[in-house]
Design a protein around this ligand. Structure first.
Ligand SMILES: Cc1cc2nc3c(=O)[nH]c(=O)nc-3n(C[C@H](O)[C@H](O)[C@H](O)COP(=O)(O)OP(=O)(O)OC[C@H]3O[C@@H](n4cnc5c(N)ncnc54)[C@H](O)[C@@H]3O)c2cc1C
Length: 296
């Protein structure tokens, strides 16, 4: 039996592991996809204290090395169910079952889908870092208006012939430093007040069809790819009635504990106003401190 099982190897999950391991507790991390979670898809992180600039991939890999060196157990498995009986949690994955005295939910959030016809065509992507280089010299579109969309467009402007930046409203919802950089790019065209209705193409993306929400006129863009960054949502159904939720985000107390004793939730999956690296690792440190205290 582990002292703690952490679900999700994003910044929050791995930081929680770092702190419980340093306090002599045993720990298993279960991750369904990618070490690093969301931040692994970020081309450039510039707001983490004491690190001027680092790629999200490097940030994730450094953190992973740090916890593996401390003896963290890691399995690439998807958690399907968490149950509690008396003082023991049973965590069921697609391959196995594990037991722990405490469990930390660090499952973050996943990309929202557009829900328009054509979304399944080749060329629709939710990760500019993963797929951007395929569209070198092409015209492509970015759908969104906040930090992730801005970062995607800045990165893609290095490869693409032209980036069409498509916003639903008439203002940016991201950091000014990023939008200032974007408007200065010569190969970026910015469109405001447009809503995407359909993605057309035979096998892959060829055309995006929009409505101008001010004039109700239809207009389209011929592009080879469509990068989507329209927010994230948590997937917390598997935790059922072990947790209380607001719009899917898990409610915790000031120790990061859910309504179930010994079950914690940290990072982007919990109900809070600021979701970024520093708040994810802060949540993790608080949860780890409390786990150590209750187990010691
Ligand atoms: C493109 C992009 C750029 C960003 N840039 C910045 C930045 O520059 N600075 C900054 O501060 N923040 C940035 N952010 C936000 C930041 O990445 C997040 O706030 C932070 O990484 C959240 O970490 P987390 O560990 O809570 O969640 P996540 O990173 O979402 O990690 C959750 C992990 O849990 C795993 N998981 C989910 N469900 C299960 C399951 N059932 N079983 C097993 N594993 C599961 C997921 O696969 C994932 O790896 C960026 C986000 C994106 C998308």
């Amino acid at each position: 039996m582990y002292d703690t099982i952490i679900i999700g190897a994003g910044a929050a999950g791995m930081t929680a592991a770092l702190n419980v391991l340093r306090n002599g507790k045993t720990c298993l991390i279960l991750e369904k996809e990618l070490i690093g979670g969301q931040i692994a898809n970020s081309p450039r992180v510039e707001n983490y204290p004491s690190i001027k600039e680092i790629s999200g991939e490097q940030f994730s890999s450094n953190l992973f090395d740090q916890i593996i060196d401390l003896g963290c157990k890691f399995e690439l498995e998807e958690v399907l169910k968490v149950e509690k009986s008396v003082d023991v949690f049973t965590v069921t994955t697609n391959y196995a079952q594990y037991e722990a005295k405490t469990v930390v939910i660090a499952t973050g959030a996943e990309h929202n889908k557009l829900n328009v016809p054509g979304e399944n065509l080749k060329g629709v992507s939710y990760c500019a870092l993963c797929d951007g280089a395929f569209y070198k010299g092409e015209e492509i579109a970015v759908i969104g208006d906040a930090n992730t969309a801005l970062q995607y467009a800045l990165l893609l402007s290095n490869y693409a012939k032209k980036v069409h930046f498509c916003m639903l409203f008439d203002k940016f919802f991201g950091d000014k430093i990023l939008s200032d950089r974007l408007v200065q790019k010569e190969n970026v065209a910015i469109y405001k007040n447009i809503q995407l209705n359909e993605i057309r193409g035979k096998d892959s993306v060829e055309k995006l069809v929009f409505t101008n929400t001010q004039t109700n006129e239809e207009f389209d863009l011929d592009v080879k790819a469509c990068f989507v960054a329209i927010g994230m949502s948590p997937k917390t159904d598997i935790f059922n009635d072990l947790v209380d939720r607001v719009k899917g985000y898990i409610l915790v107390d000031e120790n990061m504990m859910t309504k179930t004793d010994g079950l914690y939730a940290i990072g982007d999956v919990r109900s809070k106003t600021v979701r970024q690296l520093t708040t994810a690792v802060s949540d993790a440190a608080i949860a780890a401190f409390n786990i150590t205290k209750r187990l010691s």
